[in-house]
Design a protein around this ligand. Structure first.
Ligand SMILES: N[C@@H](CCC(=O)N[C@@H](CS)C(=O)NCC(=O)O)C(=O)O
Length: 196
C-alpha cells in the first residue's frame, strides 16, 4: 500500500508535505479534503487525527501521522533535506518551530481571512499584518547572510516549511517587494522544488 496523503491544495501546510514526497520520489495517493467545507472534521478523518486538521499521512503500514512538519521530518528521514550535522539540523528545527508558532499564525491566517473568506481589510485583525510583516523582516535578516538557504548550505525542510505560505503572502495583503532577499529566495526554492 503506498503512502496516502490527505490534504487540501489551498493549504500550504498540506502542499509542503506533498512537495517533500515529490522531491523524494515517494509513491503516494493524494486524497482531497476541503477544509472550507469542514471535511477535515469528518468522522473518518477524526479517527486518524483527533485534532480535526489536515495534512494527515497514512504510512505504508497503516499508521497515521499529523502535523505538517512532523510528517515532513518523517518522510525525509535520512535524505539530503535534513542536514547530517547536528548543529545545522538544529538550525533547521529552529526555523521550523518558528514557522509554526510565529510565521504561519500571521501570514497563513491573514491570507485565509482575506483570500478565502473574502473579508474586507476592516474585518481582519490588524495585528495579523503587524505580526506578518515582522515575520517577513525576520526572514529577510536570515537570508542576508552568505548562504542562499535558511539553514546550512543546502535546501532543507526549513526552506520547504517556510516557502509554503511565504510564496502566497501577497494573497494575504503582504508585499514581498519590501523583502528582496525573501523574494529571491522564494524563486530559488520554487525552482529547486519545481513548483514555480
Ligand atoms: N499545525 C498544523 C496545522 C494544520 C492546519 O491548520 N490545518 C488546516 C488547513 S491549513 C485545517 O485542517 N483546517 C481545518 C479545520 O480546522 O477545520 C500543521 O502544520 O499540520
Amino acid at each position: 500500500m503506498p503512502l496516502t496523503l490527505y490534504g487540501d491544495p489551498i493549504s500550504g501546510n498540506c502542499l509542503k508535505v506533498r512537495w517533500v514526497a515529490e522531491r523524494l520520489g515517494l509513491a503516494y495517493d493524494w486524497i482531497d479534503v476541503n477544509v472550507v467545507k469542514g471535511e477535515a472534521k469528518a468522522a473518518a478523518l477524526l479517527s486518524l487525527n483527533p485534532a480535526g486538521q489536515v495534512p494527515i499521512v497514512v504510512l505504508e503500514d497503516g499508521r497515521a501521522l499529523a502535523q505538517s512538519n512532523a510528517i515532513m521530518l518523517h518522510l525525509a528521514e535520512g535524505s539530503d533535506l535534513i542536514a547530517q550535522d547536528a548543529y545545522q539540523r538544529a538550525r533547521m528545527y529552529e526555523w521550523m518551530f518558528w514557522e509554526q508558532y510565529t510565521h504561519e499564525p500571521a501570514i497563513a491566517v491573514r491570507r485565509f481571512h482575506k483570500h478565502y473568506l473574502g473579508k474586507s481589510e476592516d474585518e481582519i485583525d490588524p495585528a495579523l499584518m503587524v505580526k506578518g510583516r515582522a515575520a517577513l523582516a525576520r526572514m529577510e535578516l536570515g537570508l542576508a547572510g552568505e548562504t542562499p538557504w535558511l539553514a546550512g548550505d543546502a535546501l532543507s525542510l526549513a526552506d520547504v516549511a517556510l516557502v509554503a505560505y511565504t510564496r502566497v503572502a501577497h494573497e494575504g495583503g503582504f508585499d514581498l517587494a519590501d523583502y528582496p532577499a525573501v523574494e529571491a529566495w522564494v524563486r530559488r526554492v520554487e525552482a529547486a522544488l519545481r513548483i514555480a
